[in-house]
Every structure is written in structure tokens, then in C-alpha cells.
Write a protein that binds this ligand. Structure first.
Ligand code: NAP
Length: 490
């Protein structure tokens, strides 16, 4: 079974930061994939915009190289790449000077009736300058939208300033705050599982769910993002956005439709219901970690401060025991953890159900494990429902914990599309369901700020962990104190 492709209206996608890493690794390949899927219509154009002087042809070569580098060999077709490159243009502009902007305007005027997207794949410090130029050069049409990347601020105050800066020029319905985790197939499947099946909803509450775990583990270290990461740390980089967004989708009430406002209203209520973490309980509920030298992917790797080249107490790992203070979730812990240089690259949500109230089986049947729903975001996107069954064959009643496995790559004859592909097309369709609204971003910071401040006020230091392990022992203690264990990714 393959998915249905609905072509979108023709568009001009202007990528500020067109020569950067995000454009090269994600945006150009995603747009190419949408072309080969047959979703782009004429006369769609992709316009790179950055300071580096380049001709259209030079930028086409940049796009070609990006595709060669980031596509699988079977996906790269000379004819298709040539027709894709014919859509590609380049304008040299500086966010901080008016040079080049008139040229961008004349190019865009050729497509004034098309959907127009400005994608800000640049540092957030340039958002204000770019938004002002877009306004001053009168580049906004009726069908214009703007996409902004994380990080949206480093705390509530800076996020509000950034939102105000963009909000002065664009209306909220034109602003697409992207979190690529929400474009992942399994994340959307979480909504399908919850709201397109009668099975789960009656069990989806504190009466039947023991706890929830959300893990976003990376095996890589700093990867050249040194100056950004050392100022950010794992809480800002991963928890404030990706992990809290996943938590919202697990915990939200059923929206009255898949309409953007309905979904985002429900997510907002979850964020506002998160129990505040205070200086009095911060050491009990949070663990900060930083990796030390160890081994990853079979080879020795440096510790964080050696990679950085100086002392730092920035956390490369964080674990949090969070709670949602509402009727559905009262008393159900949400254990969150994320880190760099962990034992494996894995992102997953584990919904652990309560054990059965009473066993009718004798000891020979073996241990009865609680049911568990594991939603794997990466790698190998899929969902596993763990159940107890009888071990097949004669020889009495022996029980076994097995998973009903739904690996999407196997179940559907479809390529596993990158999250950006779906989200870039949602922008053209003007569908904001999978994008963060201003109040969501700010509500997330409202919960995160007291943790950042609490760490500072209480002087809570990072705990060392060896690269290639699952983080500091204190993170294991955080969950084991409650008689639970972190799910070991299989
Ligand atoms: P990058 O590789 O450093 O690229 C930055 C881009 O900005 C370059 O194309 C640069 O081109 C352009 N630029 C810099 N100053 C400019 C100016 N004054 N006027 C116009 N263009 C300017 O960064 P990146 O990794 O692509 O990330 C871009 C943004 O996306 C950042 O905010 C990052 O946090 C966010 N993000 C990135 C990723 C990722 O996977 N890379 C993931 C999530 C979020 P010129 O030098 O030619 O001007």
C-alpha cells in the first residue's frame, strides 16, 4: 500500500540561509523528494538567499552536490535532478544591508500570484532584520508564509522578544514555527492510534497507565555546533521543544478535530498543566549530566570539555520526572531523558500500563510483565504493543512477553519520507496543525525557565557519565527510586 500524493499549488520557496547546513542536508533533498513524488506543480521555484555571491548556475551546482551527497544512489536520477535544478535560483542578500533585496523583489514579482514562503534557515539573531526587509521591500502577498527554525529564544523573555519581532511583520496564521519531530510518521501515528481506535482511549489515563517514558538519545557529540550548544545545553536544545511536544501529543485530550487551532489548544492545556519544578524539589526531580571520554561507535571519543577546548558545566544530558496536574494524569510520572554520546541513537515514547490486579497462573507460568506500548521515532520508525501470550505447544501454561510489531517500513510499501518533506508541504497547504503556536512555545518556556533558574540558584552541577553509556547513575536512580526502570531499546 503506498500513500496518496496530492499535488500542491505552485510556490516560490525562498530559503534564507540557502548555502547553510540545514538547506543542504534537509531542505533541498526534501523538496527534491516531493518533486519525484509528483507533488510539485509548475511554475514552482526554489530560491536560495544568503550573502555568498553566487550565480544561479553555481547555486544549482550546490543543490546538485547536496543531492548527490544526501540521497541514496537509487533516488538520484540525472533527468529528475536536471528538472529540479531548473527550478532553482539564487540571490545574494545580506540580512543586515539593503544590498540585493531589489533583485529578490524583481524575481519574486515574476511569481506574484504563487504561494510564497520565506524559510529562515539562519541564526535567530537575523530574524528581525530579515522580517523588516521583507516588510520594507513589500515582499508580502496574500499567500505569504514564514517558517522559523528552533531555537525560539533561550528563555521566556527572549522568546517573547523574538515572537514580537516576527509578529510585527507577520500575522500568527502566517507564522510556521517548525519542530521537525512533529513531522515524523510515528508521531502522527500516535494521534491515529489514540484517536482512530476505540481500543486505547478508555485505558489512556491514570487508572490504567503506570507511567510514560520519553527518550531522545543521540550517540553523537558536539558535531561542530560548539558555540551554540555550550550556551544552550540539553534542556534548551531538546526538552523545551521536541520532548515537550511529544509529551503534549501523548497527554492531550482529544481535540474536536484535526484543525490546527483545536489540536494546539489541547497541547497548550497540557503545557499549562505541567507541575512546576521548584528549588525545593529540583534535585529530586532532575539530573544534569555531562559526558566524559569513553567509546562511541566502536572507537574512543573525547569528553565534552576536551571537545569544547575549555571548562564548562553545560549539561549534555538531562533526565526529569515530570507530572501533569489534571484529572487524566494525576499521579502518573512522565520520565523524560535526552543526551549526547549515549549508548545508542534512539527516540521513543514508552507508555507503560499497570500490572494485572491478580494472577490466576501458578509460578511455572513465569513472570507476568505489564503491557507496554512503544512508539519508536528513530531509527526504524514503528509501534510495538507488548502483550503476554501463552508459549506455543504442549507442556502446560507458560507465558511469554511478546510484541505485536508494526514496523512501518515493512508494513507499507512506502519510502519512509523525511519529516521535513511533510512539513514543507504543510506550509504550502497552509496547515499549521504540526507547527507550534506562539502561546505553546511560551508556555513551554514558562515551565523550563524555573528549572534553568533552579539549577543556578541551587548550584546543581552536572554529573559525569562515560561516553557510550546511558547517562549518569543518578538518572537511573531517578526512576529506580520509584520501583521502575528505563526501557532498554531493543
Ligand atoms: P549554517 O550552516 O551556519 O548556515 C547559516 C546560513 O545563514 C548560511 O547559509 C549563511 O550563508 C547564512 N547567513 C549568515 N549570515 C547571514 C546574513 N547576514 N544575511 C543572509 N544570510 C546569512 O546554519 P544551519 O545549521 O543551516 O542552521 C540555520 C538555522 O537553523 C539555525 O538557527 C539553526 O539553529 C537552525 N537549525 C538547524 C538544524 C540543522 O540540522 N542544521 C536543525 C534545526 C535547526 P552566507 O554565509 O552565505 O551568508
Amino acid at each position: 500500500m503506498s500513500s496518496q500524493i496530492i499535488p500542491v499549488e505552485p510556490f516560490d520557496y525562498v530559503v534564507f540561509g540557502g548555502t547553510g547546513d540545514l538547506a543542504e542536508r534537509k531542505l533541498i533533498p526534501a523538496l527534491y523528494h516531493r518533486q519525484i513524488a509528483g507533488q510539485l506543480t509548475e511554475p514552482t521555484r526554489i530560491i536560495g538567499a544568503s550573502r555568498t555571491p553566487m550565480t544561479d548556475d553555481e547555486y544549482r551546482q550546490f543543490a546538485r552536490n547536496a543531492l548527490k551527497e544526501h540521497l541514496k544512489a537509487a533516488e538520484y536520477s540525472e533527468d529528475e535532478v536536471a528538472s529540479f535544478c531548473a527550478r532553482v535560483h539564487y540571490v545574494s542578500v545580506d540580512a543586515k544591508s539593503p544590498d540585493g533585496w531589489s533583485k529578490l523583489k524583481s524575481l519574486l514579482d515574476e511569481g506574484k500570484d504563487l504561494v510564497r514562503v520565506f524559510y529562515l534557515a539562519v541564526s535567530p539573531s537575523l530574524f528581525g532584520d530579515i522580517a523588516d526587509k521583507i516588510r520594507d521591500f513589500k515582499l508580502i502577498t496574500k499567500a505569504t508564509r514564514i517558517v522559523v527554525e528552533k531555537p525560539i529564544g533561550r528563555d521566556l523573555a527572549s522568546a517573547q522578544i523574538l515572537n514580537d519581532t516576527i509578529g510585527k511583520v507577520f500575522k500568527e496564521e502566517q507564522i510556521f514555527r517548525i519542530d521537525h519531530y512533529l513531522g515524523k510518521e510515528t508521531v502522527q501515528n500516535l494521534m491515529a492510534l489514540r484517536f482512530a481506535n476505540a481500543l486505547y482511549e478508555p485505558l489512556w489515563n491514570s487508572a490504567h497507565i503506570d507511567h510514560v517514558q520519553i527518550t531522545v538519545a543521540e550517540s553523537v557529540g558536539l558535531e561542530g555546533r560548539v558555540s551554540y550548544y555550550d550556551k544552550a545545553g540539553a534542556l534548551r536544545d531538546m526538552v523545551q521543544n521536541h520532548i515537550l511536544q511529544l509529551l503534549c501529543l501523548v497527554a492531550m485530550e482529544a481535540p474536536n478535530s484535526m484543525d490546527a487551532e483545536s489540536v494546539r489548544d489541547e497541547k497548550l492545556k497540557v503545557l499549562r498543566s505541567l507541575k512546576p519544578i521548584t528549588p525545593a524539589n529540583i534535585e529530586k526531580l532532575t539530573v544534569r549530566g555531562q559526558y566524559k571520554a569513553g567509546a562511541s561507535a566502536g572507537g574512543p571519543v573525547k569528553g565534552y570539555t576536551e571537545e569544547l577546548g575549555g571548562p564548562s558545566d553545560t549539561e549534555t544530558f538531562v533526565a526529569i520526572k515530570a507530572e501533569i496536574a489534571n484529572w487524566r494524569w494525576a499521579g502518573v510520572p512522565f520520565y523524560l531523558r535526552t543526551g549526547k554520546r549515549l549508548a545508542a541513537r534512539v527516540s521513543e515514547i514508552v507508555v507503560a500500563f499497570k500490572p494485572i490486579p491478580h494472577s490466576i497462573f501458578d509460578e511455572a507460568a513465569g513472570r507476568i510483565e505489564a503491557n507496554m506500548l512503544v512508539i519508536r521515532l528513530q531509527p526504524d520508525e514503528g509501534v510495538k504493543q507488548w502483550l503476554m501470550i501463552k508459549d506455543p505447544g504442549p507442556g502446560g501454561m507458560r507465558l511469554r512477553h511478546v510484541s505485536l510489531d508494526m514496523s512501518f517500513a515493512q508494513a507499507f510499501d512506502a519510502r519512509n519520507a523525511d519529516a521535513y518533506e511533510r512539513l514543507l508541504m504543510d506550509v504550502i497547504r497552509s496547515n499549521q496543525t504540526l507547527f507550534m503556536r506562539r502561546d505553546e512555545v511560551e508556555a513551554a518556556w514558562k515551565w523550563v525557565d524555573p528549572i534553568l533558574n533552579g539549577w543556578e540558584d541551587t548550584g546543581q552541577k552536572t554529573q559525569g557519565y562515560t561516553a557510550g553509556t546511558w547517562g549518569p547513575s543518578q538518572a537511573i536512580a531517578l526512576i529506580e527510586r520509584d520501583g521502575r526502570t528505563w526501557h532498554e531499546a531493543d
